[in-house]
Write a protein that binds this ligand. Structure first.
Ligand SMILES: C[S@@+](CC[C@H](N)C(=O)[O-])C[C@H]1O[C@@H](n2cnc3c(N)ncnc32)[C@H](O)[C@@H]1O
Length: 260
């Protein structure tokens, strides 16, 4: 049985140090796709204006209203949780939300899928353009309501949120072909692999998969290792807090650990 408990702060720090020391930069990379990814996305000096999304993040981080929250990962029970506590613990940081925005800007996906909306801050970052069509799945109804309010405040109308357990909602989208898929919910090995294998079926060769928190626990590291070993996976990029995966057969199979 693989342990799903998140690693302790000490363990994650040691793992991060090991990642940092072994991670590479552009000089050791021969793949054109990865070289461009490093120079144009990872090392980009682009200074986009994200103040409105960050204003929404701050607003949520200071909102002490208690709302119903379903604990999908552990008990599956509903309990009361303060908005500011969820906002402080669940949302991807500004640094990584900006990175996801730059990834979207660079690869220009038309259709994006996110598993795990929370308050929709990262979803807002992924909405890099008016024409991008985003579907995002969230289990907690009340949490999704807050996300809808965030997108209203940001005047983003191209986002559709489907609520319910992924086990019941994934089939509503799995027949569609997405260009970018961000998996950020239910951080456990078996469900992560199940969602990935389902979504891979209707993906096309340019689809990019982004997995959140690949070093979060023994269970997530096992998922990441198994994904890297799948025969149809070509390029993977480990950035420690997120992992990127390509299934394009025209690319050579290689696993990169890049510094970010
Ligand atoms: C880490 S948060 C997402 C954060 C968000 N992507 C961001 O960066 O702003 C994960 C979300 O996934 C949802 N979730 C986890 N397991 C789920 C499941 N089995 N079905 C539906 N939603 C689930 C949780 O309710 C939570 O809101």
């Amino acid at each position: 049985m693989i342990d799903t408990t998140p690693y302790s702060k000490i363990k994650i720090t040691l793992k991060y140090l090991r990642y940092f020391l072994s991670s590479k930069g552009k000089h050791s990379v021969h793949s054109p796709l990865v070289y461009q990814f490093i120079t144009q996305v990872l090392n980009s000096n682009e200074d986009g204006n994200y103040s409105l999304a960050e204003y929404e993040r701050k607003r949520l981080q200071s909102d002490t209203t208690s709302i119903d929250f379903v604990d999908f990962g552990k008990s599956g029970q509903t309990f009361e949780k303060k908005i500011n506590t969820i906002a402080k613990n669940s949302l991807k940081s500004k640094k990584y939300a900006q990175l996801l925005r730059r990834i979207a800007q660079h690869f220009q996906p038309n259709k994006v899928l996110e598993l795990g909306t929370s308050f929709g801050i990262t979803t807002a970052y992924l909405a890099y353009d008016q024409s991008v069509d985003i579907t995002t799945l969230e289990g907690s109804e009340r949490v999704a309501q807050e996300a809808v309010q965030v997108w209203k405040n940001l005047k983003l109308s191209q986002i559709q949120c489907i609520t319910g357990d992924f086990d019941k909602t994934l089939h509503l989208v799995s027949q569609q072909s997405f260009d970018l898929i961000y998996l950020d919910g239910n951080h456990r090995c078996e469900p992560t692999l199940t969602y990935f294998n389902i979504l891979k079926k209707n993906s096309h060769k340019k689809t990019i998969f982004i997995f959140d928190d690949i070093h979060y626990s023994e269970s997530m590291e096992e998922a990441w290792n198994q994904i890297k070993q799948q025969p149809d996976i070509t390029i993977t990029i480990d950035l420690f807090f997120v992992g990127l995966v390509w299934i394009d057969p025209s690319l050579s199979k290689e696993n990169f650990v890049l510094r970010y």
